[in-house]
Ligand binder design. Structure first.
Ligand SMILES: C=C(O[C@@H]1C=C(C(=O)O)C=C[C@H]1O)C(=O)O
Length: 184
């Protein structure tokens, strides 16, 4: 399964319509490691469930954001980040095949180790602007037990560069992610 339609992405701008005007503002706009924050929030009870990780064609807006040519393949990694065993974030990372070399070779076999740990351990990592969106959960390839939920959820995406090689990371905050009253 994959996105049935792509969300529209916007740079953050103040205004009632922005998803960053809700309770998740600090989470949507934080430029640090989401993994690190989720590990703290879950008191270490954090996990990564890999839904899909395979070479495929990126979506048009992903290809554009990564300045990829048509028919150029990318490693598509889709995961659920779990806190206290609960699904908190759906994440989709797009890593062009041309980025999968050198120190990024390890991304081919990341499995359930968090991508963020690799990205934020590199002092030369660069992160681009954060774009925001809201999306219907039914448009996400959520695993079985989560397919029943229907909600419009906020999310963000940004480019990262390691050794000047780009990858695109999208994170959607699922309905069970309620950081301000998380009874962990
Ligand atoms: C980019 C980060 O990595 C996180 C981990 C991911 C993974 O393991 O696939 C994907 C997106 C992120 O939420 C981060 O921690 O900020």
């Amino acid at each position: 399964m994959s996105f049935t339609s792509e969300p529209r992405w916007h740079r953050h701008k103040r205004g009632p319509a922005s998803p960053a005007n809700g309770p998740l503002r600090s989470w949507l706009l934080d430029r640090g490691s989401l993994t690190e924050r989720l590990i703290k929030l879950s008191h270490g009870d954090f996990g990564v469930q890999v839904i899909r990780q395979q070479m495929s064609l990126p979506r048009p807006s992903e290809r554009k954001a990564l300045a990829m040519r048509h028919h150029q393949l990318a490693l598509i990694r889709e995961v659920i980040l779990l806190g206290g065993g609960r699904p908190w974030v759906y994440a989709r990372s797009v890593i062009p095949q041309t980025s999968l070399n050198g120190r990024l070779r390890g991304l081919r076999k990341l499995d359930n180790r968090p991508l963020g740990a690799l990205l934020f351990s590199d002092p030369h990592m660069r992160r681009g602007a954060i774009e925001l969106t809201c999306q219907d959960t039914r448009q996400l390839p959520l695993p079985g037990p989560l397919q029943g939920i229907q909600a419009t959820i906020p999310g963000r995406r940004s480019l990262f560069w390691l050794d000047n090689k780009p990858l695109l990371v999208c994170e959607m905050f699922l309905p069970e992610f309620t950081p301000y009253n998380t009874p962990l």
